[in-house]
Design a protein around this ligand. Sequence first.
Ligand code: UDX
Ligand code: ADP
Length: 477
Amino acid sequence: MSVKSICCIGAGYVGGPTCSVIAYKCPDIKVTVVDLSKERISQWNSDVLPIFEPGLDDIVKSVRNKNLFFSTDINPAINDADLIFICVNTPTKSYGLGKGRAADLKYIESAARMIANVSAQSKIVVEKSTVPVKAAESISNILRANQKPGVKYQVLSNPEFLAEGTAVKDLLNPDRVLIGGEQNQEGQQAIAALASVYMHWVPKDNVITMNTWSSELSKLAANAFLAQRISSINAMSAVCEYTGADVSEVAHAVGMDSRIGNKFLKASVGFGGSCFQKDVLNLVYLCECLNLPEVAVYWQQVININEYQRRRFANRIIECLFNTVTNKKIAIFGFAFKKDTGDTRESAAIYVVKYLLEEGAQIRIYDPKVETDQVFRELTHPSISDNPEKVRDLVTVCDDPYKAAEDTYAVVICTEWDEFIRYDYKRLYDNMLKPAYVFDGRLILDHQSLMDIGFHVETIGKRLTRTNVHRPFVASN
Ligand code: UDX
Ligand code: ADP
């Protein structure tokens, strides 16, 4: 079977870029991305796309309205498609059974029901959203219980490994494409059909196939392993701060071991993003449900260390500012969960700001990509603050970093945006209150030159001794 028409349900961070690249690489396939949100779809059809990803604008513009369409007309798009990607959101449940840990599958279920209600011909249904193990089975059950006569479904798992900020690069050159399906003839045919879409541009050897459950679990495992590396180096950063070791040097030495590798060993104020926390919690919940408490506790610790790191960083700011930040102005540089994205989901900055607000600090936030509304949406979320008025009183979002830092006691780097490295720190220093502090939560700045300017500098995983800076050389006799 060859795929001629694809429908993607969900025009978010996963569905939008993935399907844009598929359309770009497969001119013979019609790709329609649908969403319930009229606003999202109109943004995809406009000059300003709803998400910022380097390289995405050019790809979308080159194929939009040729073989790539964005629409809210969901039913015909489903019915016309041979293959349907489910790319809806699967947030952590905020209520009921599994609250705070299990993935909320209500959007997946509603997408599956829509497909069953509308489809007049057989379809391949592909779960791309990250889901708990066995979600494909639930989707199959819903589809089969509601299928029209003569209509058959094959459900595949095809998790997406793209990272934000490098989505286009990751999609164009994936380390691997993973497809899981049923181990029978129909399942294998469906796998081959989806593989043929990717093989328009991905080498055959990089498309790996396996049973559905392995595929679903591999996605959770990959994210858990990545998050675990960050928590491991962050745990080491605490040890470094008390021993005189430097976490960057430790990471370098450890990463030179080819068995360990040097990626994802950058100590930071903590990982964020829509995936790591959600997927690790999901894994923890799965282990608990499988009555594997020891395994659950093991993975939960990855999350605990992340929370500890964010809290530790905020406490360090408070301690350095003479144990009180009440009414003190503090500038936060960076609100996105990492550079080159406007996404703020689970960003460490949210938690650092939350802790400082709880102490009554006045916060000035500058981020080159995050919109003001988005900052307030995050900070006034009930899980972050029970007093939205206070948040609005104490937080100002600035569109200029130099304005943001004016009359503040400290600049706090929460995101590793490249532009932060290039700022004129002398100019920032001159307009700040003294003693002026920089807290580098991303280890991106040249600490020595900041100290030479006069800043007190605090960073992750290293104790900087300012007293050494201007100390004249005294020869020992
Ligand atoms: C992640 C996975 O990388 C991707 O494969 C999966 O599909 C989705 O989840 P993403 O969340 O977009 O992607 O970003 P990633 O680059 O993995 O970074 C996640 C967080 O970890 C960011 O907050 C980042 O700043 C932080 N990080 C990353 C570190 O603190 N140190 C590191 O060494 C690497
Ligand atoms: P992700 O990061 O997983 O892509 P997003 O929240 O960015 O998640 O995007 C998911 C999209 O799925 C949202 O735009 C949401 O409106 C859309 N969506 C959720 N349920 C449905 C549905 N039943 N039909 C169409 N779109 C849906």
